[in-house]
Design a protein around this ligand. Structure first.
Ligand SMILES: O=C(O)C(=O)C[C@]1(C(=O)O)C=C[C@@H](O)C=C1
Length: 252
């Protein structure tokens, strides 16, 4: 069903499908590099007078620049270090506001950061060193932002589901019944399809391409089985968590 803002569950799902490509390409890029412990450990910081890990500092400062130029005016964008961001120099965009204003209070980037560094990275890279630490941090930031956008897109999914069936969702929202909301918004068959598709995309996008052998020797730049695991254990559960958090505030 299309709403006044033009959104449908199908259009939102199409966006999630396209975002899979971004996530998988960014992970394939990140898999080129090792895990450099000095990048993630604040005790190893080589920056005089600066606290926090090198990655934290690069992300914080990159976000400050992007905030200045309007990145966080878009409700699908969430900063990892939202405190003390500079004001945007760009005039507010004129897109209609689709989400309930309470959406702005939901940011689960701390959980996404922890999942990415401690769970996902070890599945796609091993410890080592690479001279250009900043280059690796930039690649981490690409992955983190792509994952964050996808997971927080749950707010849009939830908004459309609510508008499609407010009479079903409202009693569970009023009762603050998280389990009932989770049940209402879960589509197991869709989740199974997503897991199969991301594995297949990783196989296709990650293959070696050469002129003599189209099949690329079966070699893959990233282990395709990481993708259904990433989506099944973290991306979809966290998206659903965002959906529930959003719905709980939807009638405020
Ligand atoms: O497509 C939906 O209905 C969603 O809510 C998105 C999503 C996902 O994260 O991919 C989450 C929950 C559903 O069970 C299926 C898929």
């Amino acid at each position: 069903m299309a709403h006044s803002d033009g959104l449908t569950l199908e259009s939102i799902r199409n966006s999630l499908i396209r975002q899979e490509d971004t996530i998988i390409f960014s992970l394939i890029e990140r898999a080129k590099y090792p895990i450099i412990p000095q990048l993630y450990d604040s005790r190893c910081s080589v920056l005089p007078g600066i606290s926090g890990s090198l990655l934290e500092n690069i992300v914080r400062e990159t976000e400050a620049i992007q905030a200045k130029y309007g990145r966080y005016q878009f409700p699908e964008e969430h900063a990892f270090f939202p405190d003390n961001l500079p004001d945007s120099l760009v005039p507010p965009n004129s897109h209609p506001q689709v989400l309930h204003p309470a959406a702005a209070s939901i940011n689960i980037n701390k959980t996404i950061w922890d999942m990415y560094i401690n769970k996902l990275l070890p599945l796609i890279a091993s410890k080592g060193d690479y001279e250009n630490h900043t280059c690796v941090a930039a690649s981490d930031l690409e992955c983190l932002q792509a994952l964050s956008r996808r997971i927080h897109y749950g707010k849009f999914v939830a908004e459309v589901k609510f508008k499609d069936a407010s009479e079903e969702y409202s009693p569970a929202i009023q009762a603050k019944d998280r389990d009932a909301l989770m049940k209402l918004l879960t589509f197991e068959s869709v989740e199974e399809m997503v897991k199969k598709r991301v594995e297949k995309k990783a196989k296709v996008f990650g293959q070696e391409v050469n002129l003599t052998n189209d099949a690329g020797n079966g070699k893959c730049k990233i282990d395709p089985s990481v993708l259904p695991c990433l989506y099944g254990e973290w991306v979809m559960p966290l998206t659903k968590h965002v959906e529930v958090e959003y719905l709980l505030r939807r009638l405020d």
